[in-house]
Design a protein around this ligand. Structure first.
Ligand code: PLP
Length: 386
């Protein structure tokens, strides 16, 4: 199925709503039955019939079809946040006594899910260096049920060989899952490489306008039904119809936005890579990146994220640099229209919190949709302060 069809047509039964081009927002909590027999039919399968919007809502259903097709998956569920998507996918596949192998330094709230939340319920984990297949495989125990990946990983963008990880997971009968937010389905399709479940914070590229918090889980029909029938319905972390409409609207321009961020980011990463005040650039498509060959093999692009280590011996200088930027908003998240800067030194010296296990001169950038030359000029003036 081609991308244009998915983004513009798939899932949209326009003859059911006056041939309106934009889909309707079915803002309802419940749906009326026409008879007792119809009621029985609806209760027999809440996932496909219309009974209650915590289960199946028609606006949300349009979005689910598009997201599944984008990931080349059989089906998808959407959630009220990326964190809810991660939690539902993991919880659905473990029980007390089970063990999870996860790459080290995953997204912070994924780390908390494993380290604090699931630990309370007797589910243990081992964090492994995802660049080392041998380390992944030796961490697997008889009670291991899940292999959890994030590729590229947050902040320094190490990769895992997805096809090889899928093969290891199959051999040991583990459910493999990946947080694929960084690439979006536009640049990487883990399910095609054999991974069982692909998860997204749709807050980032999929919605793409920094105005909705949303999560996505893609997998086989059987896996998605399993998650629907218990975790989705009991935890109830659903996306409302209004928000689903906004995400569908955001998706219309997915290809344009991804390509723009990709092109601008590459240009800016190259500019900083040759700058004398930059120590190191973390960007998978630089020839000096340790996994450059793997990046080319499994990713069609990187999108707008990269990070740099600035050449300075003073944290104050890093702060001055970040404070001097005029065209980058100073914020968490990414994947919207706006370029962002996140200096890691801002996570240091917070009372009662440990400093992160990252270099203080590390600065993460997200390149949005602005003119890249405007962004380069801004970086040039700020970097002179180092
Ligand atoms: C933002 C993010 C999440 C969490 O998503 P929310 O939509 O904020 O709940 C998960 N994983 C990664 C890699 C993220 O960047």
């Amino acid at each position: 199925m081609d991308l244009s069809y998915i983004l513009n047509q798939l899932g949209e039964d326009r003859e059911h709503y006056f041939n309106a081009v934009a889909p309707p927002i079915i803002q309802t909590s419940n749906f009326a039955f026409h008879s007792v027999d119809h009621m029985r039919q609806c209760f027999a399968d809440e996932m496909t019939n219309h009974l209650y919007s915590r289960g199946n809502n028609p606006t949300v259903a349009i979005l689910r079809k598009k997201l599944a097709a984008l990931e080349k998956a059989e089906d998808a569920l959407v959630f009220s946040s990326g964190a809810a998507a991660v939690a539902n996918a993991v919880i659905a596949n473990v029980q007390s006594g089970d063990h999870i192998v996860c790459i080290k330094s995953p997204y912070n709230w994924t780390f908390q899910l494993l380290d604090k939340f699931l630990a309370r319920f007797g589910v243990t984990h081992t964090f492994v260096d995802g660049t080392n297949l041998q380390e992944i495989e030796s961490a697997i125990r008889p009670e291991t049920k899940v292999l959890y990946l994030e590729c590229p990983s947050s902040l320094t963008f190490e990769l895992q060989d997805l096809a090889a990880c899928a093969e290891i997971a199959k051999r040991h009968r583990l459910v493999s899952m990946i947080d694929n937010s960084h690439c979006s389905p536009y640049f990487q399709n883990p399910i095609v490489l054999g991974i069982d479940i692909s998860i997204h914070s749709g807050t980032k590229y999929l919605n793409g306008h920094s105005d909705v918090v949303v999560g996505v889980v893609c997998g086989t029909k059987a896996m998605i039904r399993k998650i629907f029938e218990l975790e989705y319905m009991t935890l109830g972390g659903i996306l409302p119809a209004n928000e689903a409409f906004l995400v569908i609207r955001g998706l219309r321009t997915l290809a344009l936005r991804m390509q723009r961020s990709e092109d601008s980011c590459r240009k800016i990463a190259m500019f900083l890579n040759q700058h004398p005040k930059v120590e190191k650039v973390h960007y998978p498509f630089l020839e000096t990146f340790p996994q450059y060959e793997l990046a080319q093999r499994q990713m069609r692009g990187n999108g707008g994220l990269f990070s740099v280590e600035l050449k300075t011996d003073s944290m104050e200088k890093v702060e001055q640099f970040a404070n001097a930027l005029q065209r980058f908003l100073f914020a968490v998240s990414w994947g919207g229209h706006e370029s962002l800067v996140l200096p890691i030194c801002g996570l240091f010296n917070i009372p009662e919190k440990d400093d992160p296990n990252l270099p203080w001169n590390l600065v993460r950038f997200y390149i949005g949709l602005e003119d890249p030359n405007v962004l380069i000029n801004d970086l040039e003036q700020a970097i002179e302060l180092l």
